[in-house]
Design a protein around this ligand. Sequence first.
Ligand code: GLN
Ligand code: ZN
Length: 759
Amino acid sequence: MNTAVIGYPRVGKLRELKFATESYFKGDKAQSALLDEAKALRAEHLKVQAESKISLISSNDFSFYDAILDTAVLLNVIPARYQQLGLSELDRYFAMARGYQGDKGDVRALAMKKWFNTNYHYLVPEVEDSTQIKLASSKPFDEYLEAKTLGIQTKPVIIGPFTFFKLANYLGSKKLVDFKADIIKVYQQIIGKLADLGAEFIQIDEPILVTDLDKDDIELFSNIYQALLTATVKKSSKIILQTYFGDIRDCYNEVISLPFDAIGLDFVEGKQTLSLLEKNGFPSDKILFAGVVNGKNIWKNNYQKTLALLNQIKQKAYNVVINSSCSLLHVPYTLQNETKLTIQQRAYFAFAQEKLQEIAELGELVNDKNVENSAAYRANQTLFTREREGANSAVRERIKDLTVQDFIRLPAFSEREAAQKKAFNLPVLPTTTIGSFPQTADVRLNRSKFKRGEINLSQYTEFNHQKIAECIKLQEDIGLDVLVHGEFERNDMVEYFGESLNGFVFTEKAWVQSYGTRCVKPPIVWGDISRSKPMTVDYSVYAQSLTEKPVKGMLTGPVTILNWSFPREDISQKESVFQIALAIGDEVLDLEAAGIRIIQIDEAALKEKLPLRREDWDSEYLDWAIPAFRLVHSKVKEDTQIHTHMCYSEFADIIKDIDAMDADVISFEASRSNLDLIDVLKANHFKTEVGPGVYDIHSPRVPSIAEIKDTIEKLLSKIDKQKLWINPDCGLKTRGEKEVVESLKHMVDATLEVRERLH
Ligand code: GLN
Ligand code: ZN
């Protein structure tokens, strides 16, 4: 059977593209050298794929920063402020990605957003009324020809018009439909040109089809493609409409009746893909690209299950190609760089390069009458017929024994709130911060020296104690009401806990692109999660010993820990998150027993993994995510105050669920976005006390007292003063010390002035 991959990682197996690009940014590398290195990387990636016997591999999946940004340039969706700079093509491209400040001008970057339900970010195109949509780059053609020169026939990949223009921001009065004619024209040119160059297949990505669409959307989508895909345009090329990250339940029938030659469907994340196929059939003259190998997770494919699935698919589709479920961009490059994993662990993992082999093997096994005797099949099945090491029966018992009571904190909120007001006796509008203080060079050096064994534990701890003492003193001098220890011992809010808990596995080089040159290295949830000893108590107790004011204990919540890791596939996410919740819950009780009276449990990434379709929100996510959070804090005393923090404020749609987390206080980002959410809080009688960030920590700018005062007054016009907390909008770790001190002083002074008025 034919095989394909949707796309391949581009940063290189050792993040070569990242380092080359960053040295270009610093001025240490010439543009021509960067272009050469990129070309060499593309060649290497093509070669690896071609050698793995994948029948159809992609070109134009390379990007210096992001494929949506590439498409914006391709279609001339380049805002005037970048055109006016008079930079080289590549520098203008980077200006759009990162902003530009130099002798040619001073412009901000395009906004960045999460790419569907992944941790990858794309740049949001800006369409102006004056935008002239036309062909403005030759990237897809050049990269197709570059591969052809290497003797590799590829399928060029382009982002489809519907996804691109649905994700764009329209700054003027014109909307998508106003550009329809130009959009069709330019895509006809692109497809026509690729066809002329000899592309047998052209892949058009339209992932937006897996999100909720209304009638008008579907009609527009159909119109565009009806007009676009005429025989004179595509000539002898075959057009693949590629979808991923879910199923296309809103428009399956429309899609299969459009003039595509092939359709790519996701059978991994697309919960309804198989039933759509079974119910509606599949046209016999089209090819089905079946996404059956998970492009988002690092576990080996279960061949038995996948072969059974392929057999079901073959009942309905005549011509099937085995495909990855999405681009392999979302998994690390190769297992070959990992030297510390055990043999057993390695056996279970497949990163991008290993997934190529899986797809190729499945392509052979699917037609093998004697599959059970095949060595590849048997080796694969040994992984799935026995339990993996890492099971913890005590943890499993605890989960089994959970009852409804374990998810309910008593007494109820209003009673607790009264008890806490009395116990803490805080002024109105209490001031606090989100947790971390600047991670200065000395802080990072202390951690890396300890990791390398250059200093011992007591030297390491000594340094952190000193930092904590300075941090407490600073907060007291500024006049904050609820203090934090500063998080100097933490590299990352998830990795820190992963390293202290049993059940996680860490890689050395398994980086995944997050945006541009930034990559992340998520931990892997390998086995059952448990905690062998307290993880944060010592530092919190030390910090509390230095002050009369309450110091918040600082934890990362279970949903965020799971969402920023590679999850298990052998047990449900619900079971996994409950295991983490029990471990973090034990930590909560230890903090409480050690005298910590306020505990913050961050759920920075809770909103992020909300399913793409509204009808799946509860059943596939909120029904376990919210209980997991409740489980963490349900056992604390009535006058222990539980805080949580989220890094965004776009949760208007799930406001009731946020309130149902039953925290006592929630802080969130509000300074940059308008204050719309505040109206939503009011309309929903939000019970949890709130700390909507009063200034933006993502910028080095120091806000003035007047400005913050103004924000507080605005908040007070909508929120009961008894419910309002004053804090920045996120942790301060990425900021410089000087601006942090000034900003916090202004925040406290502004609060004092408002309090004065309230008295
Ligand atoms: N407590 C964490 C900090 O202050 C929260 C980080 C976050 O929200 N991303 O850094
Ligand atoms: Zn945050």
